[in-house]
Design a protein around this ligand. Sequence first.
Ligand SMILES: [Zn+2]
Length: 76
Amino acid sequence: MKCMKCGKEAFYSTTTEAIELGFGVLVIRNIPCYKCEECDEIFYTGDVVKKIEIITEKVKNLMQEFTVVDFEKAAA
Ligand SMILES: [Zn+2]
């Protein structure tokens, strides 16, 4: 996978993302991603982006001011 920013090689990794939802912050851990070794840019495949949206929708109604979920568990 090539980096969308600089075109160098990006490698499979996992990351943590904090999403601000206005009334609270949702933190998703262990998100599969690709990370560029050159510029540290992180990007997701379309499938992962979709799952993040699903997780956000799912957790939104239940969440408190600060909620942490695990990507694999929350997407299942
Ligand atoms: Zn890059």
